[in-house]
Design a binder for this molecule. Structure first.
Ligand code: PBG
Length: 326
């Protein structure tokens, strides 16, 4: 008898047997595809740092959402780039704001596609921060920001958003958004909370795409220190207590341990955000012929799922969906 006793020897596994004993299978159904919607007519502007990603006016955003839908992707995540920014982020909660209009247009043409809306202020603030800034000190005013975030979420729900996703990291925003949604008659609208959102260099390309780079300082006063994992459990616990329906860890790949630990502390659906920098790194290397894009992307997505994610927000979604079904 052979020793050690391993009858499923890797050297003897056929493709069918490998498939039979495979533990983790990412599927198009796991994905949410982020889309950047920009004000204006017939705009399709490439984002230089994210090859394959564009700022899209509403007509093109609807077409891109349709492409995702046809590939079996259940949802899109909308970020808005408004025509004008100010110091009250008015565009974020304008009933005729860019995300509200895009949500209506996408829901009109594809009622079954889930529209998830980003709830944040940075894209709408002239200074690019995720909250209201106190003039003299430059401090972010947590509680003042909550009111604007809550109004933003309710206006998105009013426009037809299926899920609202606060990405700002102000304390208490899940409770504030929940209360406002309930008061406005959107008791059934779920909240996907960015529970553990780290202050990450990997958001760099996103800030070009969303035109949301802060004009002074950085986001370290409200986003988490990459060194802290236990704190992520505290943050996730608070969001769950405040009424989150889905919790998220972001970015994904440098934080798979955090993802796993959050997975072990909640039975709610768990999302991971495979962020812009993670996308762009693979794209850049692939364009140089330094790695095989399809294999690298599917390996990364498999790793994120293996670590415990139920939902993966990824710019690779359409390509990955094609590869997985092809
Ligand atoms: C806005 C927001 C950011 C991302 C999602 N929502 C950027 C940031 O915090 O600066 C990053 C997403 C990505 O990098 O793909 N608060």
């Amino acid at each position: 008898m052979a020793f050690p006793q391993q009858r499923l020897r890797r050297t003897r596994r056929t493709s069918a047997l490998r498939g039979l004993v495979r533990e983790t299978r990412p599927s198009p159904q796991d994905f949410i595809y982020p889309i950047f919607v920009v004000a204006g007519e017939d705009v399709r502007r490439p984002v230089d740092s994210m090859p394959g990603i564009f700022q899209l006016s509403i007509n093109h955003a609807v077409a891109e959402a349709k492409r995702a839908y046809d590939l079996g992707i259940p949802g899109v995540l909308l970020f808005g780039i408004p025509a004008d920014k100010d110091e009250a982020a008015s565009g974020a909660y304008d009933p005729e704001g860019i995300v509200q209009l895009a949500t209506r247009a996408i829901k009109d043409s594809m009622p079954d596609l889930l529209v998830v809306t980003d709830v944040c202020l940075c894209e709408y603030m002239s200074h690019g921060h995720c909250g209201v800034v106190e003039k003299d000190t430059g401090y972010i005013l947590n509680d003042v920001s909550l009111e604007l975030l809550a109004r933003t979420a309710s206006s998105q729900a009013e426009a037809g958003a299926d899920i609202v996703a606060p990405s700002d990291m102000m304390d208490g925003r899940v409770a504030a958004i929940r209360a406002d949604l309930d008061r406005e008659g959107f008791e059934e609208t779920p909240i996907m909370a960015y529970a553990a959102k780290y202050a990450s260099a990997f958001y760099g390309p996103f800030r070009e795409a969303a035109e949301s780079a802060p004009s002074f300082g950085d986001r370290r006063s409200y986003q988490m220190d990459p060194a802290n994992a236990r704190e992520a459990l505290v943050e996730a616990g608070l969001d769950v207590e405040e009424g989150a329906d889905i919790v998220m860890v972001k970015p994904a790949l440098p934080y798979l341990d955090v993802l796993r630990r959050v997975r072990e502390t909640t039975d709610l659906p768990l999302a991971a955000y495979n962020v812009s920098g993670e996308y762009s790194m693979v794209k850049a290397a692939a364009q140089n012929g330094w790695l095989d894009e399809e294999r690298a992307v599917l390996e990364a997505l498999t790793g994120i799922k293996r670590a415990g994610a139920d939902i993966i927000i990824t710019y690779h979604a359409p390509d990955a969906a094609r590869w997985l079904s092809g």
